[in-house]
Design a protein around this ligand. Structure first.
Ligand SMILES: CC(C)(COP(=O)(O)OP(=O)(O)OC[C@H]1O[C@@H](n2cnc3c(N)ncnc32)[C@H](O)[C@@H]1OP(=O)(O)O)[C@@H](O)C(=O)NCCC(=O)NCCS
Length: 159
């Protein structure tokens, strides 16, 4: 059974694996070196101020981290951000990305977000379909953004 809960420090090594293996599926030779567990422990730690709330959730199969989502809520602007999401390739297509999104969706709704933004590479056809299924629409295209020759689709979800 897959369980989704808030990220804890003990998930950091698993998260490193998830984000490396999942992003490699579409970045291929563009993929940089694998980041350490310590890096992810710092970047996925809950961080809250009066104006911002940053949180990550993990999907667990037993004690194995098989998916992660990192999100933020700008509380005054009521603007959410989906920073990144990844599911281990061997677990893709089983509804785990959707489970992670639903946890994020609950978090944004509880904080009364008006809009959620994210972006996705034009070469990442699986994620484009995934985001469409979650209700995102394309608001614009950023040309040659993170990599030369690869456009980014700026996506938005309105509540
Ligand atoms: C994008 C990603 C998180 C989706 O996770 P997932 O667990 O495979 O997705 P799910 O099984 O929950 O699918 C949810 C919906 O998206 C659709 N979808 C997911 N992958 C798809 C694909 N490759 N092709 C077509 N549709 C797809 C599903 O059909 C499903 O639709 P439904 O609600 O109508 O059934 C996963 O493919 C991934 O980790 N990709 C690499 C990392 C990445 O691209 N992250 C986002 C970059 S910004």
């Amino acid at each position: 059974m897959i369980v989704v809960r808030e990220f804890q420090d003990c998930d950091a090594a698993g998260a490193a694996e998830v984000y490396y293996e999942s992003f490699k599926t579409y970045l291929k030779e563009r993929m940089g070196p694998k980041r350490s567990a310590e890096y992810w422990q710092n970047s996925m730690k809950r961080f809250t101020t009066e104006e911002y709330d940053n949180i990550s959730f993990v999907a667990l199969d037993g004690d194995r981290v098989v998916g992660c989502i990192s999100i933020a809520a700008a509380l005054v602007r009521r603007l959410g951000t989906l920073t990144r999401i990844g599911v281990l390739p061997e677990y893709a297509g089983k509804g785990i990305g959707k489970m992670l999104f639903e946890e994020a969706d609950r978090f944004w709704r509880e904080r009364k977000m008006r809009k959620v933004a994210t972006c996705v590479s034009s070469i990442n056809t699986a994620a484009i379909k995934f985001y469409e299924r979650c209700g995102f629409h394309c608001e614009g295209v950023l040309k040659d953004h993170f990599f030369p020759g690869v456009d980014e689709h700026q996506l938005a979800l309105f509540y």
